[in-house]
Write a protein that binds this ligand. Structure first.
Ligand SMILES: Nc1ncnc2c1ncn2[C@@H]1O[C@H](COP(=O)(O)OP(=O)(O)OP(=O)(O)O)[C@@H](O)[C@H]1O
Ligand SMILES: [Mg+2]
Length: 365
């Protein structure tokens, strides 16, 4: 019988323990406990007990929802698009050439099809971003969606390969179907995950996934020109050639190490709205971060900001972030992408593909 609060507490204790292993049992126990509290609250007009009853009931309801979701087959867990995107081209420092190419290749044909039509320029096809890690491929893809006033589907190929085994065709088909409903950018990240495995041992799963993606891309057609395609990779030389044919990822854009101006802008963006001292010598920092990726510079700024922050937390005087903080931070930060350039050069020299990806030899020294 439902009577004592002690009994209810016992239920809650067990429910909390088995919440992750046996949701059904946990849910029942929370409901029992909730009923105990409710009965007691009525008998004694105790508001706290009533609140507790509501709280436990909500916990049981939440478990019901989670349980329902966990039981769904994988294919129904669709990839949702990002809307209300925050990052635009102005938030991306440097990469001027890349931005211009993106505009001409996908944003303008998308916004002004009639002008492209006059010059009989065909819209369509996608862009492949390639380059070292942390230099802006993902944020550039997101910003492209914002500039094109589109929603953004972010698909990590490795996730599709691991999470949607056996369901990948449906998952990809669902994404394209959803994308057709509105202006959309579909971003395929880690595209090389398809190619490398195909080159080696025959892998029927990656082959099927590649074919599914190819047939969906080929099916876009002009009537669906509201779908923009972007791919990204750190190793384009591993990408299946079929993905690079006309109408597919047929424009390739190098997203490389930020230049002087871009590095300065990234630092300024990172320090925006933070208390900074006038002594910060941006040019000196820029000189000392020659081979840094964008992400490395963000991390460096974070390290510098942490110094006065930590001091303040320890009870010292609150002060502005100064140049010395950057000098201290610089002692512990090195480029993380030198190794990428080295490996890429080795690989391209070995396979005699230096001319195809010459940016690897021209940048990152
Ligand atoms: N050009 C840039 N302008 C402004 N911020 C940048 C730039 N490049 C990199 N960043 C910063 O570095 C972070 C990482 O960038 P991003 O995720 O786009 O790199 P990526 O090229 O996609 O790397 P990966 O190959 O590892 O996926 C961004 O969130 C941003 O803070
Ligand atoms: Mg990325």
């Amino acid at each position: 019988m439902l009577n004592s609060i002690a009994e209810a507490k016992g239920y809650v204790k067990v429910a909390m323990k088995c919440e992750s292993t046996n949701k059904q049992k946990a849910r029942k126990l929370y409901l029992l406990a909730s009923a105990c509290y409710l009965e007691k609250s009525k008998k004694e007009s105790n508001l706290l007990h009533e609140q507790m009853a509501h709280y436990l009931f909500a916990k049981a309801q939440a478990l019901k929802k989670r349980q329902h979701k966990a039981n769904l087959p994988d294919s129904t867990k669709e990839i949702k698009p990002y809307i209300n995107l925050k990052i635009g081209f102005d938030d991306i420092c440097g990469l001027m050439e890349a931005k211009q190419k993106i505009k001409e290749k996908i944003i303008y044909p998308f916004e002004k099809p009639e002008i492209y039509n006059i010059y009989k320029k065909k819209a369509g096809g996608g862009i492949l971003f390639w380059g070292p890690p942390g230099c802006g491929k993902t944020i550039l893809a997101e910003a492209t969606a914002k500039e094109a006033k589109a929603v953004f589907f972010n698909i990590k190929i490795n996730d599709v390969l691991s999470k949607w085994v056996g369901e990948s065709e449906k998952t990809i088909a669902n994404i394209f179907q959803n994308a057709r409903k509105q202006a959309s950018v579909i971003f395929f990240d880690e595209l090389d995950a398809l190619g490398t495995q195909r080159d080696g041992e025959e892998n029927s799963f990656t082959r099927r996934l590649t074919n599914t993606i190819l047939s969906q891309i080929d099916g876009i057609g002009t009537k669906d020109s509201k779908i923009l395609l972007i791919g990204a990779t750190n190793s384009p030389w591993n990408i299946d050639n079929a993905l690079r044919r006309p109408g597919r990822f047929d424009e390739i854009i190098f997203v490389g190490t930020p230049n002087k101006d871009a590095r300065k802008k990234i630092i300024q963006l990172q320090l925006r709205q933070k208390p900074i001292s006038e002594d910060i010598d941006y040019d000196a920092i820029v000189e000392n971060t020659k081979e840094f990726s964008g992400a490395d510079i963000v991390a460096l700024c974070d390290d510098a900001v942490n110094i006065p922050l930590r001091e303040a937390l320890e009870g010292k005087a609150i002060r502005n972030i100064n140049f010395n903080d950057f000098l201290t931070a610089l002692k512990n930060r090195k480029t993380s992408i030198k190794i990428w350039y080295q490996k890429a050069r080795e690989e391209l020299t070995k396979t005699n593909n230096q001319d195809l990806f010459r940016e690897v030899f021209e940048h990152g020294n």
